[in-house]
Design a protein around this ligand. Structure first.
Ligand code: SAM
Length: 296
């Protein structure tokens, strides 16, 4: 014991000695940092706004009762999701997969319908963390968020789902046709909101075509020919609020090809609404597709 105390005193003494000989600018810096708050700390009363401010790049607003300022887009009561749920029928006790939850607004809407399982796969680190903040602030307890690529999840995980929500993701894919194929393997009901290409809605010379790269590609899959239009984000991904895909080169599909390929994949009941040929970023529509004849 005596030996331990002696060692401790010796260590203290040499620590003081080190400090005595520290250069004055180091001591000044130490004094300053003691006076100021350390970088990663939040002082004062805990508040939901602190949790929002802890992360950059918010796109979406939270329901007003939460009392925070985040992004501008109010997606927590999105008519696209309301319509999709109406087509699908009750989600109670169902297995639901959401692709690219962004900041969990749609996840919140889906959770309110009491599914048994609600998996949400997000590849963007910052978006994933923003989802976790929303999960906490909105008290989501069914939803489970996973950080990674939903393509790999759909390709490799054995789970099937009653409903897949693929809003705002198809047109961000490097290989959108494969996304349609893997969804068809994992569910019989899918909701897709996407931009599309159409000569009628977006004729040649339309400024919305300027972001396309090179000539359209024609590919053949399962005996069907599909047209793909390559695009670049032109550096937009440098912004913290970027919410596109994980590869700069991504491909848009033709509207008619999306519908035809869904049918080809067994989705015999295809319903379309909210077709917006004049959407500022490119024509878009909302599709609910169901395989009514597929065996379990
Ligand atoms: C345009 S946002 C759509 C957000 C929301 N689903 C909606 O409809 O408003 C696309 C989201 O999908 C995510 N994402 C894109 N590609 C992904 C991938 N391969 N795996 C997982 N998340 C992806 C993006 O990070 C982003 O959060």
């Amino acid at each position: 014991m005596k030996k331990k105390i002696a060692n401790w005193l010796r260590n203290m003494a040499s620590a003081f000695e080190r400090n005595e000989h520290a250069p004055t600018d180091q001591l000044d810096a130490e004094k300053k940092s003691a006076a100021n708050l350390l970088d990663e700390y939040v002082s004062g009363m805990p508040h939901a706004q602190h949790a929002i401010d802890a992360l950059a790049g918010w796109n979406t607003a939270l329901p007003p009762n939460i009392g925070v300022v985040a992004g501008n887009v109010a997606l927590y009561n999105d008519p696209r999701i309301l319509w999709g749920i109406e087509q699908m029928g009750s989600l109670e006790g169902k297995r639901v997969l959401e692709l690219g939850p962004l900041e969990a607004s749609h996840t919140y809407m889906l959770e309110q319908r009491k599914p048994a399982v609600l998996h949400a796969i997000e590849a963007n680190r910052l978006s994933f963390l923003r989802c976790l903040v929303v999960k906490e602030l909105l008290g989501l307890h069914i939803a489970k968020f996973f950080l990674g690529d939903f393509m790999t999840w759909l390709e490799e995980r054995p789970e099937t789902y009653d409903f897949i929500v693929a809003s705002g993701v198809l047109y961000h894919m490097e290989d959108p046709v494969s996304l349609l194929e893997v969804m068809a393997k994992r569910t019989k009901s899918v909701l897709i909101w996407t931009h599309y290409v159409s000569d009628a809605a977006m004729p040649k010379g339309d400024p919305r075509r300027e972001v396309f790269v090179g000539e359209p590609e024609i590919i053949e899959r399962n005996g069907m020919k599909l047209r793909q239009y390559r695009r670049s984000y032109w550096g937009a991904w440098k912004d913290k609020s970027f919410c596109g895909g994980m590869h700069d080169l991504h491909r848009w599909l033709e509207k008619d090809d999306i519908i035809a390929y869904l049918k080809h994949l067994g989705f015999d009941d295809v319903r379309i609404t909210m077709d917006e040929p004049n959407h500022q970023n490119g024509p878009s529509f909302l599709v609910f597709a169901r395989q009514t004849t597929a065996t379990a």
